[in-house]
Design a protein around this ligand. Sequence first.
Ligand SMILES: Cc1ncc(COP(=O)(O)O)c(C=O)c1O
Length: 925
Amino acid sequence: MSIQSSKTSKSPSRYSVGMFSAGEARCDRWQELAHAAQTLVAQVSSGSSTKETLTAVETLLAPLSVIETFRAYPGEVMISALKDALGRRDYSSFSRITNRIAKAIITGSYRRSASAWKLGEEGESEGNDRLMKDYFNTGDLTKPYFEVLIVSDDPTPEQVRQGRAELRQLRRPEDPFVYEAVTVPSFEEGVIGVVMNADVQAVVIRDNFRFKSQFDAPLLRTYLEQHLSLEPGSLEPKDYGVALARAIGKVRPELDIYLIVDGAAEKVASHLDSKNIRRIFYGLEDLMEIHLALLEGVNQRYDTPYFNNLKNYARRPIGTFHALPVARGKSIFNSHWIRDFGHFYGANIFLAESSATTGGLDSLLEPTGNIRVAQEKAARAFGCGELFFGTNGTSTSNKIAVQALVRPGDIVLVDRNCHKSHHYGLVLCGGQPLYVEAYPLTEYSMYGAVPLRTIKKALLDLKAEGKLDRVRMLLLTNCTFDGHVYDVQRFMEEVLAIKPDIVFLWDEAWYAYSRFSQFHRMRSAMGACEALRERYASAAYRAAYAEFKKKHGKIDPKNPKLLDTHLLPDPDAVKLRVYATTSTHKSLSCFRQGSYIMVNDDCWESTQGPFKEAFFTHTSTSPNLQLIASLDVARRQAELEGYELVGRAIELSLILRREVNKHPLISKYFTIATNAQMVPKEYRDSGFEDFHADGVSWKTIYDAWASDEFVLDPTRVTLLCGSAGFDGTSFKGMLASKFDIQLNKTSRNSVLLQTNINNTRSDIAYLIKVLADISRELDRTLSKDPDEKAAFDARVKSLITDVPDLPNFSRFHDAFRDNPRSKTNEGDMRTPFFLAYDEDNSTHVKLNSKEIDDLVKRGQAVSANFVIPYPPGFPILVPGQVITAETIEFMRKLDVKEIHGYQAALGLKLIKSEKLRGAKKKARK
Ligand SMILES: Cc1ncc(COP(=O)(O)O)c(C=O)c1O
């Protein structure tokens, strides 16, 4: 039996739910089995043939029997009873048990109700009832439930059952959680178990188990060989335990792993690779210790120090004599006029408010208590050295990071398409941006990501000009709003080869969940940093570097071949300095504006002072307490169920992609952009095109994610609506007003839908229904009226083909460049920005005027401010930028209403030509 029975790399795509979320697929299969079982019963009672239904039942039951070996529920007893009933042709018992299991799995009731574990009828239930007797009877049913995966070669089912029972007997009323154990007998099944079973929170690995699984798992096998260098022959059985802990750590780093060895526990403890292992036990000498360790491990993730404390604070009777009348809610609940405000939000939000930083509430600006612990926990959970809570959105976190790391005059390589907070951050700190261009996706009026070649070229040019020591930072957005994800590891590696101490600031505003998907993690700032740290510490890398150096010598910036060579940095010179800012609120369960600043910096010692100053500069002295609490809670959820929820969000996006692109009616008008449409061929070494292309499996996708320069995050669903005659803005408006569907980003001919941990199958079903209804209506109208059809075709053509070219960054005016003859294009934005504060220095010129055309021709049209149209949302002009004909043309074609920094009635704001000469000197006075 194959784990991926329906998907081998050669088979055509028959995408069924489950590539990224085994839980969804499991629910679907049980549901289908329950329906088939009911049909059987009906067929028997009506005397019709059961042949076909029986075949369907067997086809469904076979993979389920495999899947369920990795789950504690329903367990072996129930599955055997089910099979027995089928074997006896007792279809009504079969149907009843199937139904019970399906319901328990779909509703999750097995986590909290003893009845889910009961078979129900006399005779059938004995085994399991006995098994469950002391399970729920002794415990509090509201206790969170989890499963423990035991990897051990326990040979007989009886021994497995006994092991489980022994663990159950250790349960005490004061235990904070309740857990069940599931045992698998091999290395491979250990890996499959943590992939398939999201309920697993801890893994206990016992000595002496075999490598190969009893099931055929060809994709897993090649994954282990290719990506983790693990194959049976390459390892000694005595090293299986440590190697398995490492492999599991790659899939789900949040899990607690325990090793039980029969030999020298101390030796294993000092094993170089034992860092993934939480504790090592010598034999089963103290089962109670293991039980307590399991609970404590989960409790450490469950614990939310700030939130807990805030709840305690809300319970206490406290008299407040400080500012903030809403604290404790008396000004609200005693009011004659605003009581409804209190009732709407409930009492707790007011009881949990305070402007005090005493009484255990700690201070965000100078944390020494529970905020500090909460931040340390989050740092561990998100795989970084330090983590800071931001309460003013990633807009502010970006300014903090930029100010902390960039000094006036430093050069920063920055994607022009990045969020405006970075551009403003650079104005504030006086860093000089050197804009690097993302590849354009002109047909959709959006940008992709910045190619590695562009970045290397900019750095090599700077090196050739002797300016490398001024280069401070590379600042990129990962993933972009539209879902372009960098090969972060490769980018950092090659950049470090040219500039070994550069600081990386990855804006991961849209990517807070990345840690909890193995796919996304390898392409995240912190995941890549961790991988590079490991790589540069290895002997294999040193050997590779020595070879590289022998072949290429020192980095010669004039050598054009370097652009096409995978550059390797000197492991002794490299300083890994990686920062990421994430909008926790955008993709995890956190209140709006909650943001994490993640740090993994070899030079943190000397940077923490400036960082603190920057934090003080931008952080409110009145941060919202609920926001801090939600940053704490978001971490708890991410660590305990992030894997499941993120997997489901990915799965939902794949379902949506399939349903739209393969739907005969919907796909006439709407399509979802594929990986190939969003990532041009030259950036896809693997050739990977679409999640639903023929032959695609999770392994194909993984390989593409491991190798391609850019990939598309499937959860960013660009729905192309131009073929339905809608521009992005009006389609967004229609979805909101007519169908209560909200989204935020649009382009000329597309809207961006995102799936996240909040979405359900019903949301997807509703969206698909809406698209089907709109398509049906379009079909109906267009087939009736030829004039309407002609107008529609013209509109579609204009939306799809008549798209303005996206203008590249032109250049900074010479007045704002240190050396106008320099080949590199960095410039000073701060001077023109503040120059424009004095109205005498600027003037407005209408966009549709001859005056602007003449100024442009003479090179004297220089922007006095940022101009940022929404969409696309990047600054098409920055202060000090020379305006070109391309920019004017783009702006004239722009059909969006919201353009920050531009008022049509006034025109473009320019620096007066006569002020450009000597502008610098004047601005500095
Ligand atoms: C790439 C990027 N960075 C930062 C931000 C700002 O994040 P926040 O809304 O948390 O301030 C955004 C907002 O959309 C963004 O798209």
